[in-house]
Design a protein around this ligand. Structure first.
Ligand SMILES: [Zn+2]
Ligand SMILES: [Zn+2]
Length: 124
């Protein structure tokens, strides 16, 4: 994943640990993720649609906790680095280039806690 696209942070109360902490948001064409910087709770989103779309086409429906951000990012469609609408909800993650309207729509795939390793070293 050498591609550079969305990389930003949003400080908010974490749904998992309940602490107000930076939620680190990253996206490339193949995946998007949101990681709590405090507890490591990670949400992974997988791409569903990429196209030029009008504002509001992928407006989320019925979600309690939607973040609407506006990070600067390089658009892979028009090549302009500028503001993108970034909407993160419980089941979706969308980005939209202000310049050309190119939209990435990702769907929630899975979540895990990054700071709870599965393997445990044997002690003694
Ligand atoms: Zn957390
Ligand atoms: Zn664009």
């Amino acid at each position: 994943m050498g591609e550079r696209f969305i990389f930003t942070k949003h400080r908010v109360k974490c749904y998992h640990c309940g602490v107000e902490a930076d939620q680190v948001i990253k996206a490339v064409s193949s995946q998007a993720q949101v990681v709590c910087s405090n507890c490591g709770a990670t949400r992974i989103f997988v791409p569903r649609v990429e196209e030029e779309a009008d504002i509001g086409v992928y407006t989320p429906i019925g979600c309690y906790d939607v973040w609407e951000l506006q990070p600067e990012a390089p658009c892979k469609n028009c090549g302009v680095e500028g503001p993108h609408d970034l909407i993160v909800g419980c089941n979706h993650f969308t980005t939209r280039c202000h310049n050309c309207g190119y939209t990435h729509f990702y769907k929630f795939d899975l979540e895990y806690i990054g700071q709870c390793p599965i393997e445990e070293e044997e002690t003694g």
